[in-house]
Design a binder for this molecule. Structure first.
Ligand code: ATP
Length: 221
């Protein structure tokens, strides 16, 4: 079994998240992907964050027609900040030993991994799939392999080597870090919250059911 773990604040979930994880799932032939909303995201300002229950509900609505996406409440059930290392260890403890697990992250988050709790351990525990994402003001720097290569070698371990054949960084002891060049959709939750505040439409940026939920609940006004 191949399984992806895709965590996020999902405040709210949008088509950038969904399309990217869909493409990753297909590219890596995954049996399923867990979408894992953070209860208390450790690295985001807590102001302007919808309740964990509402964010969880929106992820459920967004994926209700996608049987291979499973929305996980594991971080909602845990108290304290939602650390990825705890979630990875949890899934490794409940899934069969032969499961190939991947941690799916956008490159913007990946480049900030040094602020994650016990981040060096993550590279020993689980393979990463790093998704391309448009950079600030539409610059495509985040899809640049060189950016990732410099970062991996200077900050994670000099022994990571890029394998062209496998499109990933390999290491003699640590887990692989794959690159997945998903469609670059310049959509962020920040953009969606800003549009709502400005009284503008978010149609076609989030699934319809999510748009309705946000309206009904009066979120992000
Ligand atoms: P915000 O704008 O509030 O910071 P966000 O849009 O970045 O939020 P998160 O929930 O923080 O969304 O992201 C969860 C994960 O999804 C992160 O790994 C992030 O890099 C990735 N991600 C978010 N949007 C995209 C996108 N458009 N394309 C690819 N990956 C994305």
């Amino acid at each position: 079994m191949r399984i992806g773990l895709f965590g996020g604040t999902f405040n709210p979930i949008h088509l950038g998240h969904l399309r990217a994880v869909q493409e990753v799932q297909e590219a890596f032939n995954m049996d399923k992907c867990y979408l894992i909303p953070a209860a208390i995201p450790p690295h985001k300002k807590q102001i302007g964050i919808a309740s964990a229950e509402d964010r969880f509900e929106m992820v459920k609505l967004a994926t209700s027609d996608s049987p291979n996406f499973i929305v996980s409440d594991v971080e909602l059930k845990r108290s304290g900040p939602s650390y990825t290392i705890d979630t990875v260890i949890y899934y490794q403890s409940i899934l069969p030993k032969a499961t190939q697990l991947y941690l799916i992250v956008g490159i913007d988050s990946f480049l900030q991994i040094e602020i994650w709790k016990f981040y060096p351990d993550l590279f020993s525990h689980i393979a990463f799939i790093v998704m391309a994402r448009p950079g600030p003001r539409g610059k495509q720097i985040f899809s640049n392999r060189q950016v990732l290569e410099n970062f991996m070698k200077s900050r994670i371990s000099a022994d990571y080597r890029f394998s062209i054949a496998q499109n990933c960084f390999m290491h003699p002891e640590k887990q692989a870090v794959y690159i997945c060049d998903v469609s670059l959709l310049d959509i962020s939750s920040t953009k969606i919250r800003r549009l709502i505040k400005d009284g503008r439409s978010i149609k076609f940026l989030v699934p319809e059911k999510v748009e309705e939920f946000i309206k009904t609940k009066g979120l992000y006004l």
